[in-house]
Design a protein around this ligand. Structure first.
Ligand SMILES: [Mg+2]
Length: 377
């Protein structure tokens, strides 16, 4: 079997996602999805894909390394090169699965679980008061989710002293505590609750926030500081009993190496359809397992990228929970042909269908296509 064509489509999602379709001389196709990856993602995928035209798609890891190493001098160590690779890699797994009649998790070594637990990323909308967030939390738990996440870094806070300084003000900290307290009270003690800071605070602020939130027994506090300085992340981690989670902006195994070796976090959150792909994601999870650190992947993808992440999550022992970021974007469900709906009672149940086991709804993809672009042209 030989790869004959690689085409892409940018479709509205959380921003836009890039879908990748790989065709072969046997008439078997595979489809993947990566997060948008920024301007020029389709051109980068076309350039990388041209390197594997005529190759046998069965050798997924080798093709991935072939493309990555060919572009290392252009920057394929991180960023949108790796994101583009990820879209191709996921499409290759789907293709191989369809060719041999096996689900992707089986190709990754089999599954530890059928049911992939999801957490819902929640926003109260325009009203960011503690009461509005508490009401949203209760509403989402009623949908069947037993794990939820909110943002508590309010860039528009009138209590920020400066737009660029990263120090949390007393009033900001009080507002954070009030919001978390209201949500925790609304959902009770047994629903897992995470809070995200998007790497927008300095090291001492990160510790103060983490310590102030200790009474609410968070599942994690996400990225208190930016991701570049592992020492600072570790300082925060050892300063608090609130678990610290980070990694959505790290790429490949090497991006997680120092974080794990220094045990600078309690949980890692690679974004699989952005930072690595499924095979590399499994290797990152396996590295984390050495340190008894669980993986809770970040995810803002549409249904294909989300299900692809779920296959990787099924294949590793230390999976904790996978993100779902589309509560306020109902067209997520339109983009996939799935009966019954993919997410039920806060989880995705993987089937034994070949490949990813789901198909992109082409009519919906056309409907939400990025203006000025064409569908798999
Ligand atoms: Mg985050």
């Amino acid at each position: 079997m030989k790869i004959t064509e690689i085409r892409t489509a940018e479709v509205r999602g959380h921003g836009y996602s890039c879908y990748v379709r790989i065709s072969t001389d046997r008439g078997i196709t595979g489809m993947g999805e990566c997060i948008h990856g920024g301007a020029g993602i389709q051109q980068i995928i076309a350039a990388l894909g041209s390197l594997i035209l005529g190759d046998d798609p069965m050798n997924v890891d080798r093709l991935y390394e072939k493309m990555r190493r060919a572009r290392v001098f252009d920057g394929a160590l991180a960023g949108n090169f790796v994101t583009a690779l990820t879209g191709i890699e996921i499409a290759l797994w789907d293709l191989v699965g369809r060719a041999v009649g096996l689900p992707v998790y089986a190709l990754l070594g089999g599954k530890f679980r059928d049911r992939i637990r999801m957490y819902a990323d929640c926003h109260a909308g325009g009203d960011d008061s503690p009461a509005a967030n508490a009401a949203k939390a209760a509403e989402v738990v009623d949908l069947g989710f037993d794990a939820i996440k909110f943002d508590i870094d309010d860039l528009a806070s009138p209590h920020k002293k400066d737009a660029y300084n990263h120090t949390v003000s007393r009033r900001e900290l009080d507002d954070m505590v009030a919001k978390v307290e209201a949500v925790r009270t609304a959902i009770g003690p047994h629903v897992d609750l995470a809070m995200d800071l998007h790497g927008r605070y300095d090291a001492s602020s990160g510790s103060r926030i983490a310590q102030a939130l200790e009474p609410f027994d968070l599942m994690w506090l996400e990225e208190p500081v930016p991701p570049e300085n592992v020492d600072a992340m570790r300082e925060i981690k050892v300063s608090t009993r609130t678990p610290i989670c980070a990694g959505e902006n790290l790429y490949l195994r090497w991006g997680f190496k120092d974080l794990l070796e220094q045990q600078a976090v309690d949980i890692i959150m690679p974004d699989l359809p952005k930072c690595c792909g499924l095979s590399e994601g499994k290797k990152i999870a396996n590295m984390a397992e050495v340190y008894y650190i669980p993986m809770a992947p970040h995810n803002v993808c549409g249904p294909l990228g989300t299900v692809a992440s779920a296959h990787c999550c099924a294949s590793v022992p230390n999976f904790l929970v996978l993100e779902w970021h589309w509560l306020e974007r109902p067209h997520w469900h339109e983009l996939v042909i799935a009966d019954p709906p993919l997410i039920q009672e806060g989880a995705i149940t993987l089937t034994d269908k070949p490949g990813l086991g789901v198909d992109l709804n082409m009519e919906a993809a056309e409907k939400y296509l990025k203006p000025g672009t064409r569908l798999f042209a």
